[in-house]
Structures are given as structure tokens and as C-alpha cells.
Design a binder for this molecule. Structure first.
Ligand SMILES: [Zn+2]
Ligand SMILES: [Zn+2]
Length: 142
């Protein structure tokens, strides 16, 4: 995973700076989407000298080049790795974000195209609802 990212950066003409590799490493390891603030906190845990604006700039540059992408959640942008096409399941209750492989939605998307002549973006969709755990919690309370 990290190797692929490393290559992708080179291919896209992005310099592999320490802070960029730190950001990518964190996102790959956590396998989720994080805000710039959160990323900054995690970067500074090992590299205290990296300031917020550096993280902000690098995230913006990598998003622009398609290495990262962002989803909007509760008013803030969360950034994740864009390498594998995926959609997002966001739990409105606990804020958990899960990724689903893009293929799993493509069948439903094909139906939309047939029925409405509408084509959805192949990746990056945001589906809001409740995660398994929150649904179970709600059922248990009944
Ligand atoms: Zn994503
Ligand atoms: Zn939840």
C-alpha cells in the first residue's frame, strides 16, 4: 500500500517530502478519513516541528493531484486516500466512516442510469445512515 502511494507520488510529479509521506502513512495505517486538524495532531506526535499550515498545504496539493480526496462530514472536510475507488458510509449517530468498494454500488448505479438517465460519480459518494453498532444499540433500547 505504502509502496503504491510512493510510486503514485512520483508519477504525479509530487515531491515526496517528509510531511507528505507522514500524512499518507497515517491515512494508510488508520485506513480512514481524517480532518486536517486531526492529521496535524497525529503528524506532530512524531514530528513536533511540522506546523498546521504545512499539513494544510500538503493535503491541498495531494488532493489537487488526486492522491487524496475529501468528503464533507458535520461541516468539516475529511481527507482519505483516493487510490482505491470507494464510496463512504457515514453514521449520523456516532460519526463512524466506513469505506465500501466502488463495485458494490455500481450495479445500483447502473439501474439509476437506466431508469433516470442519471449517471452517478464512479466513486466518492456519501451515504448517510446508521452503522451496525448504532442500529443494534437502538434495537436493544426498545
Ligand atoms: Zn474516501
Ligand atoms: Zn454509528
Amino acid at each position: 500500500m505504502k509502496e503504491d502511494l510512493y510510486e503514485a507520488m512520483g508519477r504525479l510529479g509530487l515531491r515526496r517530502t517528509v510531511s507528505r509521506m507522514l500524512i499518507l502513512g497515517i491515512l494508510a495505517e488508520k485506513d480512514t478519513h481524517l480532518s486536517v486538524l486531526r492529521l496535524h495532531q497525529m503528524v506532530t506526535a512524531s514530528h513536533p516541528m511540522v506546523n498546521l499550515s504545512t499539513v494544510y498545504r500538503n493535503v491541498a496539493a495531494m488532493t489537487e493531484h488526486g492522491v487524496l480526496h475529501s468528503v464533507e462530514h458535520t461541516g468539516q472536510a475529511l481527507f482519505g486516500l483516493a487510490a482505491t475507488p470507494h464510496h463512504h458510509l457515514i453514521c449520523e449517530r456516532c460519526g463512524r466512516l466506513d469505506e465500501v468498494p466502488a463495485d458494490e454500488l455500481s450495479q445500483a448505479a447502473a439501474l439509476l442510469l437506466t431508469a433516470h438517465g442519471f449517471e452517478i460519480e464512479p466513486a466518492g459518494q456519501l451515504l448517510r445512515g446508521r452503522c451496525r453498532r448504532c442500529r443494534h444499540a437502538a434495537n436493544g433500547a426498545r
